[in-house]
Structure formats: structure tokens, C-alpha cells
Design a protein around this ligand. Structure first.
Ligand code: NAD
Length: 280
């Protein structure tokens, strides 16, 4: 998809962070926007900001883990703009625990938002995008945790690996059918957002803390928070994504050191070695 001007983008998790930056980049390229997020107040603030810059923009509160709400999102977006050309399933949450502390509620929450948030969106939007016959593109935000297995974020790793494989399979399905719709999977390393504070989206009743976080998990959690705080600016990720979509690139690795980690993992598999602990 090379031309963005006048085309329609739908972005989930667009109220802040990477999603907001993607919305800003899309607006700067003249796209019309339909934005979705679970945080209505922040979403409204973002929409107001973009509208003030002249963007044609609408949006609604959506919990992407709920299939019926994502169906509603698609219905509203198609009613408002008639067409959707770019879908960015970006909403995501993180849960920093080793697997033995990850509760059934944690799994449900993380897989619900990170994996089903993507699959619900693909199911809700793609049939109408394909039927329209227009040139288009679908993006899912995964992570380097979709290509590497980082310690003490078991559910996050699992959800993001699942997103990568769903998108790889989707790429084949689209190609085999000669579709005019491309696919990309966005795999950033650390980005300066509020991802480390994802639990802000859970109610007190849903939160289950381990009785005591072991010192290694606590240390790793602190290191992740520092890495995110010192991470890439979301605007840079958004620019890299649009450059990749314009070229039809599938894997979008935004950070310079990412490929060496992937190489180490593949060499471990091929060389019958246990996984190398990659420092991102
Ligand atoms: N920040 C990083 O270092 C990093 C690295 C790799 C991948 N990612 C991925 O980037 C994506 C965006 O995260 P971010 O870093 O901008 O974090 P963020 O917390 O700043 O933004 C996430 C957005 O998703 C929204 N959201 C959360 N749960 C939702 C739900 N159930 N339904 C709808 N919206 C929901 C939040 O309100 C927020 O606006 C996520 O998929 C995340 O996993 C982030």
C-alpha cells in the first residue's frame, strides 16, 4: 500500500503510546482515522488533539478482548467511512511474571487483549476489506517477545509469538488468493510508553499478585521498566511502520540490535543448543 492520502485507517490501542503515534503519522499522511481504545478519556483527548490539526477522525471505546465490541467497531468504522484500507491491531498489555506465578486470570487477560484482540479484528474487518477489492494493509503489533523468549514475562511471550504466527499464516492466505491486501507484523524492542503500567487497565478484583516476587523476577521487572523508560520514541516506531507498509515489508523490526537476537535463537535451534539469554 503506497498511497495513504484520503484512505481510511482503523487503529486499536490508539489513545496513547505506539498506537497514538501511529495515528499521528497516519493523520500527517492525510489519512482519515477511526480510533479505538479501552480508555475513553484518553482516546477523546487524542482525537481532539488530532482534530485540532485538521484530521477527519472518529473513534469509540472498545475492549479488544471482547469479540462483540470489535464487531461493533468494524460496523461503526465502515458506516462512518464506507471503506477501511489500513487496519492496525495494536492494543496490548504486559504482565511481568514467571510462568509459575502467572494465574489463570493473568493468562485470560493477556491472551484476551494481545492475541484475541488481533484475531477478533482480523475476523471483523478482513472480509469487508477483501470484498471491497481496494488496495489495503493489515498490521498487528507483536514485539521482539514474539520472536525471542524473554524471562519472567511468560504470558506476554506466548501471546506475542501467537500473534507472529497468526500474521505469518495470514500473509500466506492473502498471497495464495492474490489479495490486494498486504500484512505486516510490528516487532519493536523497548519503546518509551506506559506498557510497564498495563495493570492500570485491570480492576482491583482482577489483580492477583504472587505472595512474594522472587528477587530475580523483581530485578528483571525493574530492568524492563528502565529499558522502556529509555526506549525508542513512539513516533520513530510509527515512521518505521509506515515506511515498511509502503514497501510491503512483512517483518518490521524497529531496533538496530534486534536481528542479532533472532539469529542467535535460530542458531540455537539449528545447533541443538539451549536458548541463549538475549539482552535487548
Ligand atoms: N513499549 C514497548 O516497549 C513495546 C515493545 C514491543 C511491543 N509493544 C506493543 O506495542 C503495543 C502498544 O503498547 P504501548 O507500548 O504503546 O503501551 P501503552 O500502554 O502506552 O498503550 C497501550 C494502549 O492500549 C490500550 N489498551 C489496553 N488494553 C486494551 C483493551 N483491552 N482494549 C483496547 N485498548 C486497550 C491502552 O489504553 C493504551 O492506550 C502493545 O501491543 C505492546 O505489547 C510495546
Amino acid at each position: 500500500m503506497r498511497d495513504f492520502k484520503g484512505r481510511v485507517a482503523v487503529i486499536t490501542g490508539a489513545a496513547e503510546g505506539i498506537g497514538k503515534a501511529i495515528a499521528q503519522e497516519a493523520a500527517a499522511r492525510g489519512m482519515k482515522l477511526f480510533l479505538a481504545d479501552i480508555d475513553k478519556a484518553k482516546l477523546d483527548a487524542t482525537a481532539t488533539e488530532l482534530r485540532a490539526d485538521g484530521a477527519d477522525i472518529d473513534g469509540m471505546r472498545v475492549d479488544v478482548s471482547k469479540a462483540d465490541q470489535v464487531d461493533d467497531l468494524a460496523n461503526h468504522a465502515f458506516t462512518r467511512f464506507g471503506r477501511v484500507h489500513l487496519l492496525v491491531a495494536n492494543a496490548g498489555v504486559a504482565c511481568a511474571k514467571p510462568v509459575w506465578d502467572t494465574t489463570p486470570g493473568d493468562w485470560e487477560w493477556v491472551m484476551g487483549v494481545n492475541l484475541y484482540g488481533v484475531t477478533h479484528a482480523l475476523r471483523a474487518f478482513l472480509p469487508r476489506m477483501l470484498a471491497a477489492g481496494d488496495e489495503g494493509h493489515v498490521v498487528a503489533t507483536a514485539s521482539m517477545a514474539g520472536l525471542l523468549s524473554l524471562p519472567s514475562i511468560a504470558a506476554y511471550n506466548a501471546s506475542k509469538h501467537a500473534v507472529v504466527t497468526v500474521m505469518e499464516g495470514l500473509h500466506h492466505d492473502l498471497q495464495l488468493r492474490g489479495a490486494r491486501i498486504g500484512a505486516s507484523v510490528l516487532c519493536p524492542s523497548w519503546v518509551k510508553t506506559r506498557i510497564a503500567l498495563s495493570e492500570r487497565h485491570r480492576t482491583a478484583g482482577e489483580l492477583t499478585r504472587p505472595a512474594s516476587l522472587d528477587p530475580i523476577a523483581a530485578k528483571l521487572g525493574g530492568a524492563v521498566q528502565e529499558a522502556v523508560a529509555g526506549g525508542m520514541e513512539p513516533a520513530e516506531v510509527a515512521r518505521a511502520l509506515f515506511a515498511a507498509v509502503a514497501k510491503g515489508r512483512f517483518y518490521v523490526l524497529t531496533h538496530a540490535n534486534s536481528k542479532s537476537g533472532v539469529k542467535a535463537r535460530l542458531e540455537d535451534i539449528l545447533g541443538d543448543r539451549p536458548p541463549t539469554l538475549v539482552r535487548l
